[in-house]
Structure formats: C-alpha cells, structure tokens
Design a protein around this ligand. Structure first.
Ligand code: SF4
Ligand code: SF4
Length: 55
C-alpha cells in the first residue's frame, strides 16, 4: 500500500515532495510514489493544493 496519486489532478508543483518525511515522492510530469518507501503518514495529502493525493 501507498498513497494514491490522481495524475489528472496533479499539476507537478512539488509540494508533496517537500512534505514527505521519508523521501518517497518524486515529480517528473506529475508526482510518483516509491511504494516501498511510503509509510502512509498523510503529510503529502495535507500538503497538496490540488487534492490529487489520498490514502
Ligand atoms: S503518505 Fe507520507 S510517507 Fe507516503 S508519500 Fe505521503 S508524505 Fe511520504
Ligand atoms: S503536491 Fe499535489 S499537485 Fe503538487 S506535485 Fe504533489 S500531487 Fe502534484
């Protein structure tokens, strides 16, 4: 399990990358999660301005 990313909602701003305490997120055209690293803390969900992330 890991955070879910709605790639249609994501604008690639990078706020979630900065918010993630374990470095599980990266951004190319849109956010991507390393499912092995995500601990489902929810910090990125709160940080995203576009409601693109969910747990
Ligand atoms: S839920 Fe937490 S650990 Fe997982 S990607 Fe988001 S900020 Fe990182
Ligand atoms: S904070 Fe939201 S909109 Fe910004 S890169 Fe992350 S998922 Fe995409």
């Amino acid at each position: 399990m890991a955070v879910n990313i709605d790639t249609d909602m994501c604008v690639g701003c990078g706020a979630c990358v900065d918010a993630c305490p374990v470095g599980a997120l990266s951004v190319e055209d849109h956010a991507e999660v390393n499912e092995d690293e995500c601990v489902e803390c929810g910090a990125c969900v709160d940080a995203c301005p576009c409601e693109a992330l969910s747990l």
